[in-house]
Design a protein around this ligand. Sequence first.
Ligand code: PEP
Ligand code: MG
Length: 539
Amino acid sequence: MIKVTGQSVQQGIAIGKIMIREKRPIQIMPEKTDAVDKEWEMFLYARKRAVNEVRRMEQVAKEKVGDKKAMIFSVYAMLLEEPDFEEAVRQKIKAEHYNASYAVYLAGKEKENFFANIRDNAYLNERSVDLRDIADRVIREIQHIRDEIVLPDEPVILVADDLTPAELVALDVTKILAIVLINGSVNSHTSIIAKSMEIPMLVNTDMILSDAYDKRGIVDGVEGVFLIDPDQETVNRLTDAKNAYEAGQKELEQMIGKAAVTKSGRSIKVYANIGNIEDARRAGLYEAEGIGLFRSEFLYLNGTDFPSEETQFEHYRTVASIMQDKEVIIRTMDICADKQAEYVRLASEDNPAMGLRAIRFCFTRPEVFKTQLRAIYRASAYGNLGIMFPMITSEEEVDRILSILKEVREELQSQNVQIGALKVGIMIETPAAVLISDELAKKVDFFSIGTNDLTQYTLAMDRQNAELKEFQNIHHKSIMKMIEMTVQNAHKNHIEAGICGELAADEELTDYFIGLGVDSLSVPPFEILPLRKHIRSLP
Ligand code: PEP
Ligand code: MG
């Protein structure tokens, strides 16, 4: 049995067969190009990523199998950075005008043959296989190969290097018992989706993929461990733990229909964060008091083009009708950065989290933006809807949004399309928005504090990067002060302020949030009942 540790994203215990995500074959085409500088840059960037990956594997292997066996990864890194190899690729791109993938393929092949043909040196002959592997790694990086996942009928524990949000939403969750990622971080959007799907999940694990081939395993999301090839005694013990965990979950169902009120009568609304209709059904089942954040972009990451007005309208109307007269806040698409859809073709960005994403993207694609606004306005006739806008940094942005909203509303009215009263809010998830929250509050009906991005931008620490875990203090005083300032400015201007980032579910802070007067906490559906139970236990 091999014990792997990781960070738990979602609790729960799963026992079953392991499936390792297989990689798609790379494409090797001997095409010539004049864009030699671009191809060269692509090679350098891809090689950097490949080196980082083998260095990471070296670290894991050192801890797991010792320095000697880990040597292979340091040889990989050396080969990748070797000047002869680089020169060969440079030659093939700059002088022979081959595309980056083909140039790496040719350079790798030459080296592979060289090593294979060294006489009487078995050690160096073996390095030819390594050469093939490292060239493949670089080509995969160049081609951004995202491997499609085909799940078998029997549900499995899915193990992968990483998963993008688009890949995860494409999966049939009934066929997944749990997910284990070698990379990934707790606050990434992939993790957020897994939470809302209630799939036990570990990220940032110290495992080596090949250990798990053809094995059964146990994911213990409570303890944050993954056991590969467990013995019978461990299976029995974890089966008991699984049953106990599930019984505890069942008991939580007593919280359905109970008010989120402390013993002394202080109350706060418990809302749900959702990404699709299935989540909305779960929120309905647990009797969430509303939907505080509908991440609309999750519906559309997987298509071949932006969704039509009609498709969007149907989704929003369905969610509104599931929640009946309860509030449903739809966030306009926060696309790009880590939420890439294949059909959105943007120039590559050095810092996508600070790039053309969310509201900025919508401003540059007015027809896409207006289509979504029309759909939301139309759905507002069928429920108690609110709309909110992500990544706001200035009053000008809000003015621009309000003028576009007016235009869309008047257009619909002139076409005699029925619309309802739509509350208009913004996300407070940049330090800039916090600092001008007094001014912003005068322009909108509510605030929703996105602590995930607010933390990332305040601490200047990438929420995707698991390596930063030791530096990230999610209870940092600066974040608490920002939340306090935002709530005070909202209330001073007679509007509500809720929290919809992951911090909303952090039970260590619930009492503090209630004390601040936060109006609502919006959490993934599975957190609703535990949070309600916790609130009811507070003095
Ligand atoms: C946030 O940033 O806290 C938030 C709720 O939005 P998202 O996690 O979708 O970026
Ligand atoms: Mg955000």
